[in-house]
Write a protein that binds this ligand. Sequence first.
Ligand code: ACO
Length: 331
Amino acid sequence: MSKITGVGKYIPSKLVTNKDLETKLNTSDEWIQQRSGIIQRYWITEGETTSGMAHKAALEALKDAGKKASDVDAIVFATITPDYYFPGSGVLLQKMLCPERTIPALDVRNACSGFLYALSIADAWVKSGMYKCVLVVGSEIHSTGLDKSPEGRDVSVLFGDGAGAVVVEPSKPGEGLLVHKLHSEGEYAEKLMVQRPSSNDYPNRLDKDETVTDKSFFPVMDGRFVFKHAVTRMCEVLVEACHSIDVKPKDIDFVLAHQANMRINQMVLEQLGIPQDKTLNTIQKYGNTTAGTLPIGMDEAKRAGLLKPGQLVAMVAFGSGFTWGASLMRV
Ligand code: ACO
């Protein structure tokens, strides 16, 4: 068995309120709060990087677990906003964390479900005995890649920057990570995407000097379509995960849900008959930080004393791909 033994987060310092976005994006604080629940988010300042934020979150998680960087056997790094097109950000974190040790670093790019995909890999590695101490991070910088004109307002108001990390280690039978259920449906890849840079461009569009005003470098989303699928799939996968270990959604003591829209999470809990006070929403403060969201939420919940020993905790996420998943753990 394996369990999460430490958790940490890093939030950059630049506070961006809904009011700050009103003029530029032709939006309003009222619209953003009503439709999404978001009040503010944090964006990076110059010099901050996806791997650098991950490093800070990782150090917090290692401290929480009582471990040192030299104890880490492997890294799984979830992000859709890596430092470079290639290589992935995992190797940059390896360089910051333990440059003298050539531990493996794997990159996962499953958007909002990225953390759960990454966690499932760490769990399998530890359970199989391949590695004993695996660092899982989710880190995103959205602010540098958003369309900050009125045309991009439906997407750009939703995202924030931030990083979270957990340490996964062996545990006693019956405690820790119990099950992961993961899915994908590429049919809807284009419903929520950033198209470029793309290897499909031929001849290469970058040669044509079209990059500066080209909107295909910005995220686009069919919001209502994504919303409906998110509610349906998150409910389905939570039921599937519960069924696989012979419990019911009502047996879940606490839900850590991805934070794309407060209304999505409220609907999911309502449909499954789980009381709304059995979760912690962080979207008001941070917006959607994609792969960083679940470990950030876990860190907040742990520090607030909401994760108590013996509790059955569910994690659930849905995002671009489409990809979605749920994990259950006994704290
Ligand atoms: N400010 C003001 N008005 C806006 C804004 C804005 N920021 N954005 C859109 N509008 C307008 C629209 O133009 C539209 O106007 P119209 O009625 O005159 O045509 C109106 O508001 C309603 O737009 P909708 O898109 O229908 O609004 P909706 O209630 O669906 O909310 C939202 C939009 C918040 C995007 C919602 O659909 C949503 O949250 N979708 C799911 C997001 C999600 O789950 N993403 C997955 C994770 S992200 C990832 O994986 C990377």
